[in-house]
Design a protein around this ligand. Structure first.
Ligand code: C2O
Ligand code: CU
Ligand code: CU
Length: 442
């Protein structure tokens, strides 16, 4: 997306019909009327203002996932932008009047990273993101500029999500509404999170990217409501990870497979010179069989000069500060809802009050797969069940894949802004079923 003036962007959320499956039309709710929404590039040190105008039939709240932003621009679930025409003051005294457009202020004081934006409306995040309200943001900085990583056409932002379709091409979602309707709770598929049987990359099923036989940088986002992926290249090959959720790693890490939970990002380099020109390289999801096992294909076109490299030292991320407190957050199913420390989400009732500029150890315990996400605070994974974290846990992150009956310890830094933020499960159905809590940075 291009700024309308330096640092100023505008997007209108609208209903649009797009072709996702060949020959069929799918109605999407899109930022800018597209699915996914436009990819923005922001630069560290240049503050940005994003004006979001709502022409959808429902209220929205836009969150920049991974952003270090003031609370009023963070997409709090009740901080709504309402559809034009629905904003007329209906005269209940004390009623909050929501705007039809909102300026989100992003200071962009953070390191280069792969971020994404998506809807965050209270109780309705899952169905609204499913309908298309998501897009990517790449933050750039000088530290990244100085690296010889692939760029331009050799850098591919890849937003991965799954959807199901009706025969007429419309998105299939278990019910029209999420949230407080407890009838959902009886549907086990909804309870565990909604998965689709078709994997989309940047909104396209099973797409093909033509690549020269050179290194390429893939900026991977798992934007699925509930699906986890284990990505592998066929016929073989490695991912060289250069960045995680919150920015560049200190040093690259090689992986044969990458497991990605909803909300997580992986910034990886793949060297296509390892494959003969003319061959096809498939990105597979080995956690699923059938069509959901196929993510996308690369067709290697020809040899080409390549002056890129993955240096042994990538960046100097901030070190680990000494924690001043430790807290436990237990993610668990309680009767018919998903809770944190036994509570359904209570907006305005913070479960923790960390101090600005400090770090704390947060112990995350769980009864199921819960991708746990913190707003504002970036963290490092310290341990899983008392053992060292996985190779894919490297770096500063904002979302961690907590597996069934696992205890994950993270060291979180509360930097940037005071105010009210949330932690929640990024399985979006779990989030809508109240697996969310506020914390106040004081
Ligand atoms: Cu990507 Cu609060 O979420
Ligand atoms: Cu977030
Ligand atoms: Cu969950």
């Amino acid at each position: 997306a291009r700024p309308v003036r330096p640092g100023r962007y505008e997007m209108t959320q609208r209903v649009a019909a797009v072709e996702i499956l060949p020959g069929l039309r799918t109605e999407v709710w899109g930022y800018g009327g597209t699915f996914p929404g436009p990819t923005f590039e922001l630069r560290r040190g240049i503050p940005a203002v994003l004006r979001v105008r709502n022409e959808l039939p429902v209220p929205t709240s836009t969150h920049l996932h991974g952003g270090v932003n003031p609370p009023g621009s963070d997409g709090y679930p009740t901080d709504l932008v309402v559809p034009a025409g629905h904003a007329a003051p209906h005269g209940h005294p004390g009623e909050v009047h929501h705007p039809v457009a909102k300026d989100y202020h992003y200071p962009v004081e953070q390191r280069a990273a792969t971020l994404w934006y998506h809807d965050h409306r209270m109780d309705f995040t899952a169905p609204q993101v499913w309908r298309g309200l998501a897009g990517m943001v790449l933050v750039r900085d000088e530290e990244e500029d100085a690296l010889p990583l692939p760029r331009g056409e050799r850098e591919l932002p890849l937003m991965i999500c799954d959807r199901s379709f009706e025969e007429d091409g419309s998105f299939r979602y278990p019910q029209a509404h999420g949230g407080h309707d407890h009838s959902h709770a009886r549907d086990p598929d909804f309870m565990e999170g909604v998965e689709g049987d078709v994997i989309l990359v940047n909104g396209a099923p099973w797409p093909v990217a033509e690549v020269t036989a050179t290194r390429h940088r893939l900026r991977l986002v798992n934007a699925s409501n509930a699906r986890r992926y284990r990505l592998r290249l066929s016929p073989g090959g490695r991912f060289t990870q250069v960045g995680s959720d919150a920015g560049l790693l200190a040093a690259p890490v090689a992986h044969d497979t990458i497991t990605m939970a909803p909300g997580e990002r992986f910034d990886v380099v793949v060297d296509f010179s390892a494959y003969p020109p003319g061959s096809a390289v498939t990105l597979l999801n080995t956690l699923a069989g059938g069509p959901a096992g196929n993510v996308m294909r690369f067709v290697v076109t020809r040899r080409a000069p390549d002056d890129t490299a993955v240096p042994a030292v990538l960046s100097r991320p901030p070190g680990r500060p000494r924690p001043v407190a430790a807290r436990t957050f237990d993610f668990r199913r309680t009767d018919e809802s998903w809770t944190i420390n036994g509570h359904r989400y209570r907006p305005g009732v913070p479960l923790a009050r960390p101090r600005l500029g400090t770090a704390e150890v947060w112990r995350l315990t769980s009864d199921f797969h819960h991708p746990v996400h913190l707003h504002l605070a970036h963290f490092q994974v310290l341990a899983r069940n008392g053992s060292p974290p996985a190779a894919t846990d490297a770096g500063w992150k904002d979302t961690v894949d907590v597996r069934p009956y696992e205890v994950v310890e993270v060291l979180a830094r509360f930097d940037g802004h005071r105010g009210r933020y949330m932690l929640h499960c990024h399985n979006l159905e779990h989030e809508d079923m109240a697996m969310m809590a506020d914390f106040d940075v004081i």
